[in-house]
Design a binder for this molecule. Structure first.
Ligand SMILES: CC(C)(COP(=O)(O)OP(=O)(O)OC[C@H]1O[C@@H](n2cnc3c(N)ncnc32)[C@H](O)[C@@H]1OP(=O)(O)O)[C@@H](O)C(=O)NCCC(=O)NCCS
Length: 170
């Protein structure tokens, strides 16, 4: 897991009451609640959830407002073909706290973490209109272990590694 860290206002355009910090052991309950509220129980049927089963969490981040957790995201160790890399998700922010930059700050924390680890890149299943702003783009060469809308399978390369092949836990 990542070392505890706090984003300063230079890292992300958050209000003074907001910070993104590394997930800690005691956060599991509140993270489950945030994710359940955002996605509902149906998320367990998703291909992304199948991939996360058995995968190792590389890092997790929690977005806090006035010390209260209001959003969460995790990075998982995976491989695409022979290339070790990271899988982002689920990312969720409490409905009442959205559009305040918490989501962007958490994505940025994941990108910073991946870069500091020297990762080849980050894969995720999500909406290109949201994640495109961070540099994620559709990747057709990565094959998830189940059905996924190809327009929602997105890759952020770090360095010059082009990924291709089956996506597996790393
Ligand atoms: C996606 C999510 C994490 C973004 O969190 P956030 O804190 O609201 O994000 P930010 O404040 O950084 O950005 C908000 C902006 O992104 C836009 N946005 C949010 N979700 C979007 C989506 N799926 N597609 C396109 N734009 C989106 C918002 O409309 C908002 O735009 P505005 O600034 O013009 O008002 C949050 O909306 C959420 O929890 N959604 C439900 C769970 C989910 O869909 N997760 C992503 C799939 S893995």
């Amino acid at each position: 897991m990542a070392e505890p860290r706090t984003l300063t206002p230079d890292d992300a355009p958050l209000s003074g009451a907001a910070v993104v910090r590394a997930e800690q052991v005691g956060d599991a309950g509140i993270i489950d609640k945030i994710v359940l509220e955002a996605f509902g129980p149906g998320r367990f049927a998703k291909t992304a959830e199948r991939l996360r089963e058995g995968a190792v969490i590389e890092a997790g981040f929690v977005a806090c407002l006035d010390g209260r957790a209001a959003g969460s995201v995790r990075l998982w160790r995976i491989r695409v073909g022979e290339t070790p890399c990271l899988f982002l998700g689920p990312i969720a922010v409490e409905r009442s706290e959205r559009s305040e930059g918490l989501g962007a700050a958490m994505v940025q924390a994941c990108i910073d973490q991946a870069r500091s680890l020297g990762s080849a890149g980050i894969l995720l299943v999500g909406d290109a209109p949201y994640f495109g702003r961070f540099g994620f783009a559709r990747v057709d060469e990565a094959l998830l272990p189940g059905p996924v809308d190809p327009a929602r399978l997105l890759w952020l390369p770090m360095g010059h590694v082009a990924v291709a092949g089956p996506v597996m836990i790393g």
